[in-house]
Design a protein around this ligand. Structure first.
Ligand code: ZN
Length: 304
């Protein structure tokens, strides 16, 4: 059964009073149907296996297995161009019906490129299609997700499908993880509230970083507050350089430090794209997240 995390954004007494409690929902276990293309990867290098793999290989050599198996290496990617298929699902013409402009889409792509660029990843808008479908528009999270994605999804595991629509309940967006692709390829991708794109009216989440955050999940990242303070100093996000964080941060709470004591050095990573702070507050991925994205892409998306 899929795991569904629902986190209501706190209605901050300061900045969020006008927002109708936006929500982000994740559904690890979702994916989409493939069809084409191979990203033009900038960097593609052959790397040595890790220590355990080396040991395994050495053991095989010692056992006089086939010589060719000793030379096994893994091809890894550390960045590249990701093709984007953009699907605008609307309720008719005009911005109020979710029929966002090409300019907003281009601005969203720019936001993604600015956010992921330092990690080596670039997003290339291949195509935009527009579909008027009231059912898909209002139920793109939930009952209409599968029908919408099955009809519109393009590309393969290393292509990004972005859908914009108007999910109910103030949902800002949701994404699928790389590890979900193999079982449900047609559901792979990112779904965004149309007004969260740059120029939309989902203040303070209208600078395009819902897109950044959700694509972060699509690249294999977890929330910075995953696991709270219960685990190691870095929390449970499988990244060593994001300090543990007890819960999601909202607004832009500078100097917030929810996991304290000698076991938990460092303040909360509120400026990280994988927290829940305002778009204007988040501006970075960590080096560890970069590494994790690369590993996830290599394992589950590259050439798949
Ligand atoms: Zn998230």
């Amino acid at each position: 059964m899929k795991k569904i995390l629902i986190a209501a954004f706190a209605l901050s007494t300061v900045a969020c009073s006008s927002m109708v409690s936006p929500i982000e929902i994740e559904q690890p276990g979702y994916q989409l149907t493939p069809i084409q293309l191979q990203p033009d990867f900038q960097r593609c290098s052959t790397i040595e296996p890790d220590e355990s793999e080396k040991a395994r290989i050495e053991s095989e050599i010692a056992m006089h297995l086939e010589g060719s198996r000793a030379g096994v290496t893994r091809q890894a990617v550390s960045g590249g161009v990701i093709n984007v298929y953009f699907h605008v699902v609307n309720n008719g013409s005009g911005l109020a019906n979710g029929d966002i402009s090409d300019a907003m889409i281009n601005d969203q792509i720019t936001v993604l490129n600015n956010a992921f660029g330092s990690s080596g990843w670039t997003f290339n808008l291949v195509s935009t299609n527009r579909t008027t479908n009231a059912t898909w528009y209002a139920n793109c999270y939930g009952s209409a997700e599968a029908s919408m994605k099955n009809a519109l999804h393009q590309g393969t595991a290393d292509d990004l499908n972005i859908y914009t629509c108007n999910p109910s309940g103030g949902i800002l967006g949701y994404a699928t993880f790389p590890s979900s692709y193999a079982s449900k390829p047609s559901l792979d991708g990112v779904v965004l509230l149309y007004s969260s794109l740059p120029g939309g009216n989902a203040v303070p989440y209208n600078l395009g970083d819902t897109g950044t955050h959700e694509v972060g999940h699509w690249m294999g990242l977890y929330h910075t507050f995953q696991g709270g303070c219960a685990r190691q100093a870095s929390g449970g996000d499988a990244v060593s350089d994001t300090p543990a964080e007890k819960s999601a941060a909202f607004g832009c709470p500078v100097n917030r430090d929810t996991c304290t004591g000698t076991k938990f050095p460092g303040k909360d990573p509120i400026t990280n794209f994988m927290d829940y702070t305002d778009d204007s507050c988040m501006d970075r991925f960590s080096a560890g997240q970069d590494t994790r994205m690369d590993a996830q892409f290599t394992t589950y998306r590259f050439g798949k």
